[in-house]
Write a protein that binds this ligand. Structure first.
Ligand SMILES: [Zn+2]
Ligand SMILES: [Zn+2]
Length: 264
């Protein structure tokens, strides 16, 4: 690797939630080199969409093209890693294990992630979350998130997990206010983190929350501090979906490394 710091969570148009004219690898690399930071590309890899949606960038085994593109870039530049943000589905554990057996060795980094557990209702889309909340009570949605996330950790499919408490991206006091019966205690997030420690899973310190009204990392700095004192292992990601956010978050990524003492 080229530099002291690495942003482990960057999306290009290989991710389905980025426009066709969105950023490509080289757009990021230029900024990364100038700011002396390595990049790990962590594109969304969601089995259900890859199988069903012809417009998904990974439809029809395109993962091989992705790996080839990364390999080509590595010939001239050693500040990059090729990774995937792989969606956990509780009913697809067998396929996910097969996928890991086939591809884990070819990728530099894989992060497990939970955005949805009911197909096409990702809680990381505000519009979809609002739709979901018309059908299912908020307390239940939050409880289900924690339940599925716990299953992901305990499945031991992944060695790294992304944005531990991203359920609060839109459900928080600054946005969709939690109803009184919701358990939104810090303890609950800490317990997920403790489960990661127990299962030797690295936790993401995800800096994307500053883009949203919640205006904090996932998990919060306080939770990260506490889990660190309990010997959790972390990786740091901006979860950039644009060049602008990537560039403006670089100083924060570097500060996060210092905060966590991840620099040798
Ligand atoms: Zn994500
Ligand atoms: Zn992401």
């Amino acid at each position: 690797m080229n530099f002291k710091y690495t942003d482990y969570h960057v999306h290009t148009k290989w991710s389905a939630d980025i426009q066709e004219n969105g950023p490509v690898f080289n757009d990021y690399l230029e900024i990364a080199e100038k700011n002396r930071i390595n990049i790990c590309f962590l594109e969304h890899y969601e089995l259900y969409y890859i199988e069903r949606d012809k417009t998904n960038p990974f439809y029809n085994s395109k993962i091989d093209d992705y790996l080839e593109e990364i390999d080509q870039l590595k010939e001239n530049y050693n500040g990059i890693l090729g990774g995937l943000e792989v969606e956990y589905y509780q009913d697809r554990e067998t396929e996910l294990r097969e996928f890991m057996d086939d591809y884990e060795k070819d990728l530099d980094f894989i992060g497990g992630t939970v955005h949805e557990w009911i197909f096409n209702y990702p809680i990381t889309s505000r519009a979809k979350l609002v739709e979901l909340l018309e059908k299912i009570q908020m307390k239940q949605v939050i409880d289900d998130y924690f339940k599925v996330y716990k299953m992901m950790i305990e499945s031991k499919i992944f060695k790294n997990v992304c944005h531990l408490d991203t359920i609060y991206r839109y459900i928080n006091e600054n946005d969709l206010k939690p109803s009184d019966d919701c358990d939104t205690t810090e303890e609950r997030v800490l317990n997920l983190g403790r489960l990661c420690i127990k299962n030797k899973v690295r936790i993401e310190y995800n800096l994307s929350g500053i883009r949203f009204p919640i205006n904090r990392s996932f998990p919060s700095k306080e939770v990260v501090k506490q889990l660190k004192s309990e010997r959790a292992k972390f990786f740091i990601g901006s979860d950039s979906h644009s060049l602008e956010f990537f560039e403006e978050t670089i100083p924060k990524v570097k500060q996060a490394y210092e905060f966590l003492g991840l620099i040798n």
